[in-house]
Design a protein around this ligand. Structure first.
Ligand SMILES: Nc1ncnc2c1ncn2[C@@H]1O[C@H](COP(=O)(O)OP(=O)(O)OP(=O)(O)O)[C@@H](O)[C@H]1O
Ligand SMILES: Nc1ccn([C@H]2C[C@H](O)[C@@H](COP(=O)(O)O)O2)c(=O)n1
Length: 223
């Protein structure tokens, strides 16, 4: 089936809003594939750093992004056959990802790689521009968000649970800076689309968020 005909649920939203957690559970419930598009920007930032390419070198990072040797294998992410699933989740690589993601050539270099994830029976894709640029034809678009305070608290607890050091003040400042960069950039900025359902989980648990998206999906397919 042509990838344009594969059903896609696009889940966009700011950092630490719960996109990855919720999108993966929705994908599992429907038996759909899952795309963590942020991981690709993180991989581009990590691969560039390892190759000595500065994050503001647009041509250089785009070349790295175009030629990324990456494999997704369940929880494992391999870059040039070495495990990087933890290395791409550091705060420093998150900042780098947000910087390289503002470069138009880098976004262009990753576009077809993201679209290739659209395979039968369907795809749940999370990121910042899933509904606006990568899968504008998606029959269901969700803008998943939560207040900055709630998101910072969740990220803080997530890092502690992983056994990492965490400083709530620094996390809050980083979230604000990343939100600002992701919303203000000229290409594919993070924004709520007019045809996206707003899901504010500030006072909602993970299961309720998953059920809400599954409900919207059922409703969209009854039409
Ligand atoms: N509705 C919710 N209620 C409570 N905790 C939540 C909720 N949604 C997500 N979380 C928790 O918040 C943390 C951040 O979630 P997650 O990593 O999925 O966010 P994200 O939007 O994918 O982040 P990023 O964009 O930075 O990759 C996780 O520990 C997750 O379990
Ligand atoms: N579709 C996407 C996905 C991610 N980004 C950028 C913005 C984020 O700051 C960075 C890391 O993403 P995360 O893993 O935190 O979801 O990548 C983007 O611009 N477009």
């Amino acid at each position: 089936m042509h990838s344009l005909l594969v059903p896609v649920i696009a889940v966009d939203g700011p950092s630490a809003s719960g996109k990855g957690t919720v999108a993966q559970r929705v994908a599992a419930a429907l038996g759909f594939h899952y795309l963590d598009s942020g991981a690709l920007y993180r991989l581009a930032a990590l691969a560039a750093a390892r190759a000595g390419v500065p994050w503001d070198d647009e041509n250089g990072v785009a070349n790295v992004a175009q030629t990324l040797d990456v494999k997704f294998d369940g929880e494992h992410i391999l870059l040039c056959d070495s495990e990087v699933s933890t290395a791409i989740r550091t705060e420093s690589i998150g900042v780098g990802a947000s910087k390289v993601a503002a470069l138009p050539q880098v976004r262009a270099a990753l576009l077809e790689r993201q679209r290739a994830f659209a395979q039968v029976p369907g795809l749940v894709a999370d990121g910042r521009d899933m509904g606006s640029v990568v899968f504008p034809q998606a029959p269901l678009k969700v803008f998943l968000t939560a207040s900055a305070g709630v998101r910072a608290e969740r990220r803080y607890k997530q890092l502690l649970a992983r056994g990492e050091e965490a400083d709530l003040t620094a996390i809050t400042a980083d979230l604000h800076a990343r939100d600002e960069r992701d919303r203000a950039r000229s290409v594919a900025p993070l924004k709520q689309l007019p045809d996206a359902h707003l899901l504010d989980t500030s006072a909602m648990d993970i299961e309720a968020a998953v059920q809400q998206i599954l409900g919207w999906w059922q409703a969209a397919n009854r039409r």
